[in-house]
Write a protein that binds this ligand. Structure first.
Ligand code: GLU
Length: 373
């Protein structure tokens, strides 16, 4: 897909996920930017698109109210700011969207809500129902309950997860720069803008500079992480300037955004969850033969190819499959608990039967329940 072709296709899409960062909503000129954002989102919504907004800004608005100058270092103070600021944030959106007669709904999430298959499906049902009711869901992290293990850490990753879950046709990450540059444009005047990336490889990651401000977390690194996840799943992504440009310009024009082209193959819902969302409960290390069979021929994992394992997992849990060089090559749901892997690793099926008394599954991980990364 070429960039020009893609951009002309943008108006024919069905679902769009847009993420906005805290600076866009809090720095000087914020009223005009939020007004413009609500206008553009309402325009797309009225054209019949299904629109989801992932919005940061709860902590930043709370900092304002609580008169906290620097982003708090302690989690409880961040949580208190988020609790106060989320109300303010939604109040602002409500007032701007109501001028366009568009209804909005609030959805607050933690990682736990996505890692649990049941809650993940519940969330998907709620989002789809809101969209069917012609409401724009506004999603944020549930910062006031999030602790380290259940936190996303930043909304780039959260927005990518929402894009995967909602089968978005495009993800737009609005920030305070016009996409990717070969150097940090805030420090280097000769930095060159990159309008399209067709393959997000390690040299692209190197270009990103970590830029943590007093207000928001993350930086270009996490934006690229989100874009990589999505393009691998088959969803095109844009990182664009929501600060001095508008959402519609970011969608239409080359000069205020970077477009990341998707891989040709679209992952299924199950593969997306396995690859990017589900929690790994352990890992199995496989020999070179198994590694090749999984990676190149799409084969299932048999006990004969397993050299070692770690972690405590039960039947149906997800585990990482790694090669001898420690690289994770695939993830999948196991047919045997970790307590049995120790005795069957390296064994042929006939030996497994002898050792365990019976064999319910010939594969440790069936290829249908596995995603190759
Ligand atoms: N959830 C946080 C907030 O709304 C934002 C995290 C981020 O900056 O991405 O304030």
């Amino acid at each position: 897909m070429t960039s020009t072709l893609f951009r002309t296709e943008l108006y024919n899409i069905k679902t769009i996920v847009v993420k906005t960062g805290s600076r866009i909503l809090t720095a000087q000129g914020k009223e005009q930017r939020v007004k413009q954002l609500a206008e553009d989102l309402s325009f797309l919504h009225k054209k019949g698109l299904r629109v989801i907004l992932v919005s940061s800004g709860a902590i930043a608005h709370g900092m304002d109210v609580l008169k906290v100058k620097k982003r708090p270092e302690t989690i409880p103070l961040q949580q208190a700011c988020a609790s106060v600021g989320q109300i303010k944030l939604m109040d602002i959106y409500q007032s701007f969207f109501s001028t366009h007669d568009v209804n909005i709904g609030q959805v607050l999430l933690t990682w736990d809500d996505l890692r649990s298959k049941k809650r993940y499906l519940n969330l998907r049902n709620t989002l789809f129902q809101l969209l069917d009711c012609r409401i724009i869901p506004i999603v944020n992290e549930n910062d006031s309950v999030g602790t380290e293990e259940i936190q996303f850490g930043n909304n780039d990753v959260l927005a990518a997860q929402i894009s995967l879950l909602s089968h978005a046709d495009v993800f737009v990450n609005l920030t305070d720069v016009g996409g990717l540059y070969d150097k940090n444009p805030q420090k280097h005047k000769d930095a060159r803008h990159i309008p399209v990336i067709s393959h997000l490889c390690s040299s692209v990651h190197k270009m990103a500079s970590e830029n943590i401000s007093n207000i928001s977390v993350g930086g270009m690194t996490t934006k690229l992480k989100a874009a990589e996840m999505l393009t691998r799943a088959g969803i095109p992504s844009l990182i664009g300037d929501g600060f001095s440009s508008s959402l519609l310009s970011v969608l239409k024009e080359n000069n205020c955004s970077t477009l990341f082209l998707p891989s040709e193959k679209k992952m299924t819902s199950k593969h997306r969850w396995l690859a990017f969302t589900g929690q790994s409960h352990g890992k199995v290390t496989v020999d070179d033969g198994a590694c090749k069979a999984i990676k190149e021929k799409g084969k299932s994992l048999l006990a004969a190819g397993i050299l070692d394992f770690s972690g405590n997992f039960r039947i149906g849990d997800m585990v990482d499959i790694t090669c001898l060089d420690k690289q994770v090559i695939a993830r999948g749901m196991v047919n045997f608990p970790s307590t049995q892997i120790d005795s069957i690793k390296g064994c042929k099926t006939s030996e497994i039967k002898r050792k365990l008394g019976s064999v319910q599954f010939p594969e440790v991980i069936h290829r249908d329940n596995m995603v190759v990364l």
